[in-house]
Every structure is written in C-alpha cells, then in structure tokens.
Design a protein around this ligand. Structure first.
Ligand SMILES: Cc1cc2nc3c(=O)[nH]c(=O)nc-3n(C[C@H](O)[C@H](O)[C@H](O)COP(=O)(O)O)c2cc1C
Length: 173
C-alpha cells in the first residue's frame, strides 16, 4: 500500500474475526515499531506481545476501553525504558512514534488495530505492569490491539484550514 494511502485510510479497528495473527506478521509489526524515530536515537522501547488467553482476558477485564482485545486475541504493549531515555517526555514521544508505526504497518498488512492508552493514566499502566510483570523503571505507554478485521474503516477527512498557520501564529475568525 502506498504510504499516503495508508495514512489517509487507517482507522481504529475494534471488531475482529478472532483468526490469529501469524508470527510473520507480528515480526513485521515489531520491526515497524523498531523503525520509529527516537530522541537522540535512544530507541528506548520494549515490546511485549500478549497472546496467552488468560493474560488477554485479564487485561481486557481490567482496562475499561480495551474489551476488544479478547476478540483480537493479540496485543502489543509498547513500553519505555527510563534508563535509556531519562527525559520522560521524550520517552513517551519515542514510544508513541513506535505505536503509530505499528498501527500503520498493521493497516498495510491488511490487519486491523487500535491504540489503547495506558500512560498517563496511572491505574491503567499499573494494572498492565502488574499483569505482565513489568519492572518499575519500565513505563507501559500503550497497548496496540491487533487482529484480523471484521469491520470496514470509514474514510474521514480531518484537514482543517483553521488549524494551519503560515509563518506566525495567526488568530482565526
Ligand atoms: C493516546 C491514545 C489513547 C487511546 N486509547 C484508546 C482506548 O483506550 N480504547 C480505544 O478503543 N481507543 C483508544 N484510542 C483510539 C482513539 O479513540 C482513535 O484514534 C480516535 O477516535 C480517532 O479514530 P481513528 O484512529 O479511527 O482515526 C486511543 C488513541 C490514542 C492516540
């Protein structure tokens, strides 16, 4: 898929067929995450691939907006290593870039995915850290739920002239 087409047609997908995501596709998704830019090229990310049924059920039960994980059957938790990137803002940006790459790669592979937020909601991050045994110096930033899509993502146009400023900030009418 052409990169611009991928950018314009990606949508959050929350309905899945339940068919497992292949190991080959998971490796491609992870490689997309690893290919993201990061401040000072620190690459502070870790990726936890979650497919174990009990673990999937437990996360879905304890995250208020990730129920679709049980249908998808696969989640990738993107975490940031605070020892590799000491400025927390950069750490979150680095991991967010990796998450977006994974979302686009999933779309390019014909899969469906949705970003379920963990950071900065302390209890959501902590629940996932507890379930997955994540050490305290590693921040769980987001959960990417990924699976074979059972819905058609609508195309939307969010281009908005009012949010564009040329050369200097200009108050809009
Ligand atoms: C930081 C962040 C957290 C999000 N958390 C959730 C979530 O917990 N559950 C969910 O279903 N969608 C979540 N989303 C997806 C947004 O709802 C979605 O991106 C937004 O509605 C725009 O739709 P689109 O992705 O189809 O363009 C999250 C997105 C971001 C960027």
């Amino acid at each position: 898929m052409d990169i611009m087409e991928a950018l314009f047609t990606r949508r959050s997908i929350r309905r899945y067929t339940g068919e497992p995501v292949s190991d080959g596709d998971i490796k491609l998704l992870l490689n997309a995450g690893f290919s993201a830019p990061s401040a000072n090229n620190r690459q502070p990310w870790h990726f936890i691939v979650v497919r174990d049924r009990n673990t999937v059920e437990e996360i879905a039960a304890r995250h208020p907006y990730a129920k679709m994980l049980t249908q998808a059957g696969c989640g990738i938790v993107v975490c940031g290593d605070t020892k590799k990137q000491e400025r927390e803002g950069f750490l979150i940006e680095d991991c967010s870039a990796a998450i977006e790459n994974i979302l686009l790669a999933a779309h390019g592979l014909g899969l469906g995915a949705v970003w379920c937020g963990l950071y900065p909601v302390q209890e959501r991050a902590q629940v996932v850290a507890d379930i997955l045994n994540i050490p305290p110096d590693i921040i769980p930033v987001g959960l990417v739920v990924v699976g074979h899509t059972d819905e058609k993502g609508r195309s939307v146009d969010r281009f908005d002239e009012k949010k564009i400023h040329y050369d200097k900030w200009r108050a809009q009418d």
